[in-house]
Design a protein around this ligand. Structure first.
Ligand SMILES: [Zn+2]
Length: 288
């Protein structure tokens, strides 16, 4: 019998007692354990896929380092996980994920507030002039933006098209309530440390402003957009339409987030030009 051969040291009588069906414990247990591990890993992979597809952005701004132990992979603000060592200069999260959020509350209806992991928008903060983007400039269901940002985005899309690039908004406005749900789903799925790596506590996403959108071309995932010709076009030209790429490459230690070539935020043409000319990230500029 295979089991007896594998576990030769085990007394014969005990092997018989431990057997399940015709299989002794020593034979079925490794298979059972292996299956359990495989199922668990599959589940984790599934969560990441779902987080990328729907959360998109995972609901917003993650809190790298908020979990303990500190994660070795830093999630992007949009939920795509990028492997990189944690950065020492990241400001510590001020509260634990299960605690009351005592980070400073930002004024509502100001498109230049520094929404980040240390500043939040209130639960009742929602733009009153949200409008839907046309299907020609959006994917993944209805995408809402504030009127001024929407019109600027359509100009951006048209200019990109003239240069041979197809760009779409794939995830734009996200309400506070949507962020609550996304975070809670991630906590339920993988615990608080996992949720903090892949999403944000509600109120900490630039998407709540109604001026931010994620952009895709014809790639299937967020990370697939990084480094593409479309991403380069967006980085080089979005400021002309009043947008800034919030989390550019090479600035992880400054912004606290891995690069997100796809995540742009409208700040108006004048400010966008000033941000570009300053050489600062939007985050740094707004906190000046
Ligand atoms: Zn985003």
């Amino acid at each position: 019998m295979l089991g007896g051969m594998v576990d030769a040291s085990r007394p014969k009588a005990r092997t018989t007692k431990a057997a399940v069906g015709s299989q002794p414990r020593s034979a079925w247990f490794p298979v059972f354990a292996g299956s359990l591990i495989a199922i668990t890993l599959s589940f984790i992979v599934l969560i990441f896929v779902v987080a990328d597809k729907f959360g998109g952005d995972g609901g917003g701004v993650p809190i790298p380092g908020a979990g303990d132990p500190r994660p070795t992979a830093t999630a992007t603000a949009d939920g795509a996980t990028v492997s990189q060592p944690p950065t020492a200069s990241q400001p510590p999260a001020t509260v634990g994920p299960g605690d009351i959020d005592n980070t400073p509350l930002l004024p509502c209806n100001n498109i230049l507030v520094p929404v980040d992991k240390n500043h939040r928008l209130g639960a009742d903060c929602a733009p009153t002039d949200l409008v839907a983007l046309p299907g020609s400039a959006s994917q993944g269901g209805e995408q809402l933006m504030r009127l001024e940002a929407k019109e600027a985005f359509l100009e951006l899309v048209a200019a990109a098209s003239a240069d041979g690039y197809r760009l779409y908004a794939t995830s734009s406005y996200r309400s506070y309530q949507q962020q609550v749900i996304t975070y809670q789903q991630n906590v339920a799925a993988g615990g608080q440390a996992y949720a903090d790596r892949t999403s944000a506590r509600a109120g900490h996403s630039e998407h709540q402003l109604g001026t931010t959108t994620d952009v895709a071309s014809n790639v299937a995932s967020f990370e697939g957009f990084n480094g593409t010709a479309e991403a380069k076009w967006l980085a080089d030209n979005s400021w002309r339409f009043g947008f800034i790429v919030s989390y550019p490459p090479g600035k992880e230690e400054v912004t606290g987030y891995a690069r997100e070539d796809w995540h742009i935020r409208y700040v108006g043409r004048d400010v966008a030009k000033k941000v570009r000319d300053s050489g600062l990230t939007l985050h740094e500029y707004l906190l000046k």
